[in-house]
Design a protein around this ligand. Structure first.
Ligand SMILES: *Cc1c(COP(=O)(O)O)cnc(C)c1O
Length: 471
């Protein structure tokens, strides 16, 4: 990487300057952490590139007066805009053409579905897999297969797509929201434990932005309490937890192929499991309760979440692109972290060392007291610099949405609560860290068509704005 990007730079000199001031300089003891080999490499390649640009971070830190913000008429930090990723083309066309030659487009025994599931198993090695109509459907199938029934509680994260809990509510279960880690934005395992009751049956671990949850800790809690651990991998295609493919630690893994995800067929999903208790049920719960191996009578009640062959054709082609997409995103996100670590009042997106994150988005947090402006002003200044930034993520944690506050899931009513099967009152749920994350987070777009050079200029824009407004 270094060689190809900056062949003229002397790596030895680079290492010296990096270790003496580049990475640790400017970090408060609280912020500093031992850098991993991967971070070190990310940082050193950064320095290699930065050497050919004007402002290496350690140099900029010594400039006393900050350059004029683009917001105030100064020069923009990001001069080139990113080209958009080319998301589909010949491989998808090839699969669609093959699909059009088929006599049937039903998933069952469909060659596109077979290919999709085959490729899926290479990414997420599971014995049982069912392709379905959405990530929401995958999660509903998982919850149904896990045996969630009336009044059963399912602990999950309040910052996620509502699709994480839709299936829980349709199965007459009760989503219980636990608080999040301040910088990972994923479930805080100790808070999960605090919210366990005799009614708790499952945990849905959402790998937000493709950042793997602390799965070892969650699995230990699930095993100890005999809970089903479901992984919501909708934003985590292609990521790794401590070297293991995402979706293989929990009992059931759910993926989305919706248009906004980094691999897609417009709408679609896949649910997979190794566990013999749940795996064989996945097909049935996505296929109207049919057991197509046996046929005949319906033993269980379910809806139709089937994926058809045209979607499977596109999705199969997309999975072939996954490694290229995620390795690039992971590298760019880690690079941004290396570049903005140690800035006073700014907390980067924290990914555990040894994990690979897809950075479905990148989000850093502001410590409000460290700046002379509010978040809106900060984002405005970033946008003026050409940084693709926006405030927060979803407007409020899930339980602060009107449908939760009114307990109005079924035509304005919630029979479960009316009948006393749950006493859940969403107006009383408190997840202070989740609220704070949404109030202070700034999201930065990262995608696979961006270059390392562009990320360096994005980081330069962030540093420039942070220094300008530093309290
Ligand atoms: C997108 C998403 C879902 C839902 O997937 P759909 O395919 O849109 O139904 C669920 N959870 C998370 C974390 C998501 O990002």
């Amino acid at each position: 990487m270094i060689g190809s990007n900056a062949p003229h730079l002397n790596f030895q000199i680079l290492l010296v300057s990096l270790s003496s001031e580049g990475v640790n300089a400017g970090m408060t003891p609280k912020d500093s952490y031992p850098i991993s080999r991967r971070r070190f490499l990310a940082a050193s390649s950064t320095m290699a590139l930065a050497g050919s640009l004007a402002h290496a971070p350690h140099e900029a830190a010594e400039i006393p007066s900050t350059p004029k913000l683009a917001l105030h008429g100064g020069e923009k930090a990001v001069k080139k805009s990113a080209r958009l990723p080319l998301r589909w083309g010949e491989p998808e066309r090839e699969r669609l053409n093959a699909m059009l030659g088929q006599e049937s487009l039903l998933y069952w025994k469909g060659p596109q579905t077979a290919l999709l599931l085959d490729r899926f198993r290479k990414i997420c090695p599971v014995k049982y897999a069912m392709n379905c109509s959405s990530g929401t459907a995958a999660l509903h199938i998982a919850v149904a297969a896990a045996g969630i029934g009336p009044g059963d509680e399912v602990i999950t994260a309040p910052i996620t797509d509502i699709g994480t809990v839709i299936g829980v509510i349709y199965q007459q279960g009760v989503p219980v929201f636990a608080d999040l880690g301040a910088n990972t934005y994923n479930l805080d395992v100790r808070d999960v434990e605090r919210r366990i009751t005799p009614k708790t049956k499952a945990i849905i671990a959402v790998h937000l932005a493709g950042n793997p949850c602390d799965l070892a800790a969650l699995k230990a809690v699930a095993d100890r309490q005999k809970l089903v651990l479901i992984e919501d991998c909708a934003q985590a295609w292609g990521t790794n937890y401590q070297g293991q493919p995402i979706g293989t630690v929990g009992h059931i893994a759910c993926f989305s192929l919706q248009n906004s995800k980094h691999v897609t067929c417009g709408d679609g999903g896949i649910v997979g499991a190794n566990d013999e208790r749940f795996g064989p049920l996945l097909q049935r719960f996505g296929d109207k309760g049919f057991d197509r191996e046996k046929g005949g009578l319906f033993e269980c009640f379910a809806t139709n979440y089937r994926m058809s062959e045209p979607q499977a054709a596109v999705a199969a082609a997309q999975l072939d692109r996954l490694e290229g997409i995620v390795s690039k995103r992971a590298r760019l996100g880690d690079l941004l972290t290396a570049q903005i670590s140690g800035l006073a009042g700014l907390q980067p997106h924290r990914v555990a060392s040894g994990d690979r994150c897809s950075y479905w988005f990148y989000m850093f947090r502001l410590q409000p007291s460290a700046f002379r402006c509010d978040r809106a002003e900060f984002v405005k200044a970033l946008s003026a610099e050409g940084v693709p930034a926006s405030a927060g993520y979803i407007p409020v944690p899930l339980h602060r949405n009107p449908v939760f506050l009114k307990h109005g899931f079924f035509n304005g009513r919630w029979p479960l609560r009316e009948s006393g099967l749950t006493s859940m009152d969403y107006t009383k749920v408190e997840c202070p860290e989740a609220e704070a994350i949404l109030r202070t987070g700034i999201r930065v777009t990262i995608h696979e068509a961006m270059t390392e050079e562009l990320i360096l200029s994005v980081a330069e824009g962030i540093r420039k704005v942070a220094r300008h407004y530093a309290a």
